[in-house]
Design a protein around this ligand. Structure first.
Ligand code: ATP
Length: 217
């Protein structure tokens, strides 16, 4: 079902979020103070509007309550980001996601009631670092400070062995939740007797300490 999104800030991050949502078939309104950026993105989203979102009247005119999700993609101007978030929450926005530039900025956003705070530069930097250190890591999602989901190229020593033989759950508390084979087929409920083939990608969940022991994070 298609959802209604409001993206505030059409910089690199905001415009990438907006375009992707629109390409996936959702309704996307983009707002930026910069008229040039609005013109630039206008035929790649549903609506593009020039406005200053630190003005309550401007935000009111956008009807923020009508959107399922509002994304605040302003990073540099921390004051504008915080003001926009406070006004959005006061005006009854249903779910606010905001990008934070620093840890402190993120803390403030959380305190004022932003539903989800993202740190794209920090997170991408961490992912890149992980993938450079352990070259078999394809992706990593941090579920919390202690647990992660990792996508790893199957290590050489595991090839040809079954999940039962590897016994990762009992040995490390790690669960293999999916196996993706070279030909693109994904087994989303791997059984104990399923064997790991050359080129398989494993999706596993576990606590960070155990994942580290395996060199998976
Ligand atoms: P990115 O890294 O995504 O390019 P950034 O983190 O550097 O962006 P900014 O450049 O500060 O973030 O802001 C992103 C966009 O938000 C800019 O295009 C800017 O014009 C817009 N913006 C900033 N303040 C306001 C405001 N008060 N009202 C509307 N748009 C704003």
């Amino acid at each position: 079902m298609s959802k209604q999104f409001l993206v505030i800030g059409a910089g690199r991050f905001g415009s990438s979020v907006a375009r992707t949502l629109y390409q996936r078939g959702h309704d996307v309104m983009v707002v930026d103070i910069d008229e040039m950026l609005i013109q630039h993105i206008s035929n790649e989203v549903t609506h593009a509007v020039q406005a200053n979102v630190t003005s309550e009247e401007a935000l009111q005119a956008l009807g923020v309550r009508d959107f399922d999700v509002v994304i605040v993609a302003i990073g540099q101007d921390i004051q504008a980001s915080i003001m926009a978030c406070i006004l959005l929450i006061e005006l009854g926005a249903r779910y606010v996601v905001a990008k934070a530039q620093t840890e402190l900025h993120g803390k403030v956003l959380k305190k004022i009631g932003v539903n989800r705070v993202v740190f794209p530069e920090r997170d991408m930097g961490q992912k890149l670092a992980h993938s450079l250190i352990a070259h078999n890591i394809i992706d990593l999602i941090e579920l919390s400070d202690d647990y992660s989901v990792v996508e790893v190229a199957s290590p050489e020593e595991m090839i040809g062995r079954s999940l039962q033989e590897l016994n990762l759950r009992a040995r490390f508390g790690i669960n293999v939740i999916a196996i993706r084979s070279k030909n693109g087929i994904t087994n989303i409920s791997p059984a104990a007797e399923d064997r790991i083939d050359q080129g398989d990608i494993l999706v596993a969940v576990g606590d960070n300490k155990s994942l580290k022991k395996l060199g998976w994070i």
